[in-house]
Design a protein around this ligand. Sequence first.
Ligand code: XMP
Length: 532
Amino acid sequence: MVGDDPTRKMDQDARIQSSTTAERVLVLDFGSQFAQLIARRVREQHVYCEIVRHSITAERVRELAPLGLIFSGGPASVYAEGAPQCDPELFELGIPILGICYGMQLACHVLGGKVESFPSREYGRAEWHIDKADPLFEDVAPVSQAWMSHGDQVANIADDFEQLASTSDCKFAAVKHRTRPLYGLQFHPEVTHTIEGSKLLGNFLRNICGTTGTWQLGDFATETIAQIRQSVGSDRVICGLSGGVDSSVVAALLAEAIGPQLSCILVDNGLLRLDEEKAVIEEFSKHFQTDLHVVKAEEQFLAALAGVTDPQEKRRRIGHTFIDCFAGEAKRISGAKYLAQGTLYPDVIESGASRDGPADTIKLHHNVGGLPEELGFELVEPLRDLFKDEVRRLGLQLGLPEEIVWRHPFPGPGLAVRCLGEVTQERLNTLRAADAIVVGEIKAAGLYRATSQAFAVLLPVQSVGVMGDSRTYDDALAVRCVNTDDFMTADWSHLPYDLLSRISTRVINEVKGVNRVVYDISSKPPATIEWE
Ligand code: XMP
């Protein structure tokens, strides 16, 4: 864990600078839970977008030369002690600014308006009306639905501002500065409940910032490949492959960038899904022709897990064994200087939703799969700027098969945390076979992409059954299938009964040792997605 290591922050800033995208917009994060969503919406308009701390200096913004700034919302009140501020010089740069909710209140407040806490707080849907035509409203319906979420609102604007739109409870739903390219929206254009939200953002980007919307993920791949070549030079890079989409895409990018200097390590821990390592080995030894080191460590992992039933202890032992195996193999690869990681954008920037200081709660996370820094490698993290679905698209562009790209997420400790109770070879085989049936049937029903994660869990519970004329006393298997956007909250998938019925029949008939199948109908929270 690197925490708030200042050199890392500098690395991050340097990286932002080296992303050579011509058209860039910055989202200043004031602690909004929606900051990432704003960045997503901007990228959807083919404009490259990054999230930065709200305290970014005007000087730094000048260096980065964005075409626009978006001030996010945030939970604070502009008058509260310690409320996040921005460099007031930002308003003097001539760069268009869109303030959203708190961002708007801050801009209005700094420039002479008045913000108040209103008794009629607005949360949820509200109807808003355009009161004055403006390029921001091109092709936007005069009356439509917006998503509000605020306690404070602008009570009075300075003379330099004009009012553009309202709701019944909010006179200043949209405002603009008379002489500067500065707009404010009290509602949230980034959420889908704001029906004209994308149009508003698109109009801000095109009509106010002058972007042309030419950014493509393909450009990202080309630029990133060039950057990797430049920073890695002639040194060797090690990349851990896990079977998951992120590490596969990192490896594919590196293979493209510095092919012969790449060494991939796949630790076969015996805890992967059916045929998972086979698919990855085939892809990376045949298609990409990388130097692939498969560490056969199944026995080591099983030995470490023998007799362990406590979930935390399982994770701990798996983590240690993984480090031993990985580090041992990495030592054998001579001349390796870099370690490639599949860190994604949401891992990098955690837009501190905490009330007591969003600036400082932006942390760097290390998606190192438990690898300690003492390994002594410099990190290469080519996916740090991307969201998960962008990573998937990039994977397809790089030629990875859909089978790998669209695979549901899989926890680092693998099947061990889905094999409740003791993890043994035999129980893993049972679970693997059942899991393949569950996933196979969901795929056959055309529902794999419609679900976020689907898997089997082998329970440490036996129950009585009857097969033919015989009594059985075998294991119970749970089927877990969830739908979620962010894996922080999830709903159980309402799978069709006939599909559940097929799964149950096949598992009981085909998987020896299982005589009962149950379907998990718990949402998260209070349950988690995994059972351990
Ligand atoms: P939970 O069970 O916390 O899971 O609701 C949320 C998401 O995280 C995955 N998960 C893990 N991923 N290492 C990982 O790489 C882990 O130890 C781990 N535990 C849970 C889980 O599969 C789900 O997608």
